[in-house]
Design a protein around this ligand. Structure first.
Ligand SMILES: Cc1cc2nc3c(=O)[nH]c(=O)nc-3n(C[C@H](O)[C@H](O)[C@H](O)COP(=O)(O)OP(=O)(O)OC[C@H]3O[C@@H](n4cnc5c(N)ncnc54)[C@H](O)[C@@H]3O)c2cc1C
Length: 427
């Protein structure tokens, strides 16, 4: 994608092609224009087009260019926020509604993949949130208790069972979530794009929206070479927002996150490391994540940007960490490396915004956007179709608020990850 091996790495190499698309040219009309070709925009486009709505989707670069093509591929249920804290943050009604919807989000992802025959390496053997020490275990036990009282299929595994599943004795235990799983994130985005195009949505790539306006009571969005007038605009640009809705990006603090992929492991190693292909991450503040792709590559990631001094520091740390976690791997070389920006909000929960009459969007998934993007895209479609009233949406309407000390926090995250990884696993 755009000839940058550090933007979409392994996913670019192994995803099936996106549908053929071209930049928007000339004037056109639509019922709904969607800005952004990630999970939120594509899910909205697909659900609207399936119902006969005339949809035009405008993507600045390529399908899946933002977080959708760069992420780890963990199909999470819920957010980082503890289940009970949803209501504390959002109030009882919104809190429980959002929690239920996001907890069941992975089931919608599976349904979309099955319904549209999307080839995206789906694995449904759950995820393991891995406890680092007793503090990590205490956190996971509380998280499990809060989900279990809501009937969610989660369980706490002891150290021995965790070791049997992962192939390392590094963890005190783990939280198994059977709703969750893994997929090839760019393949999923491209699959949604194929399904949306097949349903009749018009997708244009290389089409950054640069301005917006109104004429004759209709909304207008303009790109360098074209414009669309519509009744509704969906803003689905999230952390990669540019143009008229760049304020969405400024509401978030960006946390850089990288991934490194090994060559496919031998059959012997596959039997000892994640034989069931659960997706994993740990309870550390500067967390690590790891998962298998379908060819048996181990994809290992953590906070940090692969640029400047970060490249050698993070890669050297990853080699040391893998040696400690999985000594059976021996010396590790990486076949692919890439990174992206995770958009964090101040309370770690997503946002619903209205940018003008009939101009709406969800954003701010805090590194958990596969299920929420798919789910909220569907919710936006049903809202526009008149089937969900604004008061019944999963999140309250809020004003966009510039993140406090954003630049300083972003510099701190990038430098802090380098410091943590320079010293980590060394002594
Ligand atoms: C490194 C990394 C790891 C992550 N790991 C996970 C994970 O394991 N599991 C998980 O669930 N989530 C994960 N996430 C988060 C997830 O990828 C995002 O939350 C998700 O992609 C958001 O979807 P979206 O459709 O809202 O936005 P995006 O996927 O970011 O798409 C937004 C699109 O809008 C386009 N755009 C922006 N401005 C304009 C404009 N002016 N005109 C036209 N188009 C525009 C961008 O080019 C982009 O393609 C991770 C993110 C990153 C970066």
């Amino acid at each position: 994608m755009l000839n940058d091996p550090r933007s979409h790495g392994l996913w670019e190499r192994t995803a099936p092609p996106a549908p053929a698309t071209s930049p928007l040219k000339g004037k056109s009309t639509a019922d709904v224009v969607i800005v952004g070709g990630g999970y939120t925009g594509l899910s909205a486009a697909l659900h609207l087009a399936e119902r006969g709505t005339n949809v035009v989707l405008l993507e600045a670069a390529e399908i899946g260019f933002g977080g959708a093509g760069r992420n780890v591929g963990l199909i999470n249920a819920g957010m980082w926020v503890m289940p009970d804290n949803f209501s504390l943050e959002l109030g009882e009604d919104y809190g429980e509604r959002a929690l239920e919807l996001l907890g069941n989000g992975p089931y919608l992802v599976r349904e979309m993949i099955a319904k549209h025959g999307i080839a995206c390496e789906l694995e449904t053997n759950g995820t393991l949130h891995c406890a680092v020490g007793q503090d990590g275990m205490t956190e996971l036990e509380e998280r499990a208790r809060q989900w279990q009282k809501r009937g969610a299929p989660v369980s706490v595994l002891n150290a021995a069972e965790t070791e049997r599943r992962i192939g390392t004795s590094a963890y005190a235990g783990s939280l198994l979530d059977m709703r969750a799983g893994t997929l090839q994130p760019l393949a999923y985005a491209r699959g949604l794009a194929h399904a949306a195009a097949k349903a009749g949505a018009k997708l244009h790539t290389g089409s950054p929206v640069i301005s917006t306006g109104e004429a004759n009571g209709r909304k207008i969005v303009r790109t360098a070479e074209g414009e669309v007038s519509a009744d509704w605009i969906i803003i689905a640009t999230d952390a990669y927002s540019t143009g008229p809705w760049a304020q969405v990006r400024r509401e978030q603090v960006h946390l850089p996150y990288f991934n490194l992929a090994t060559a496919p492991l031998s059959a012997n190693l596959r039997r000892s490391i994640l034989p069931n292909s659960e997706g994993c991450w740990d309870t550390k503040e500067v967390l690590s994540s790891f998962r298998m792709d379908q060819a048996g590559r181990l994809v290992f990631g953590s906070c940090g940007a692969l640029r400047g001094t970060g490249i050698s520091i993070h890669k050297a740390w990853a080699r040391r960490s893998l040696k400690r976690l999985f000594p059976q791997l021996g010396e590790v070389e990486f076949e692919a490396e890439w990174y992206g920006k995770i958009g964090m909000t101040d309370n770690a929960l997503p946002r619903f915004h209205r940018f003008g009459e009939n101009v709406i969007g969800f954003s701010g998934y805090n590194g958990r956007g596969i299920s929420p993007g798919t789910t909220f895209g569907k919710v936006l479609a049903h809202h526009i179709l008149g089937e969900i009233a604004e008061k019944d949406l999963p999140l309250p309407l809020t004003e966009v608020q510039e993140a406090a000390f954003r630049s300083a926090k972003e510099a701190y995250y990038e430098a802090g990850a380098q410091i943590a990884h320079f010293t980590g696993e060394r002594f």
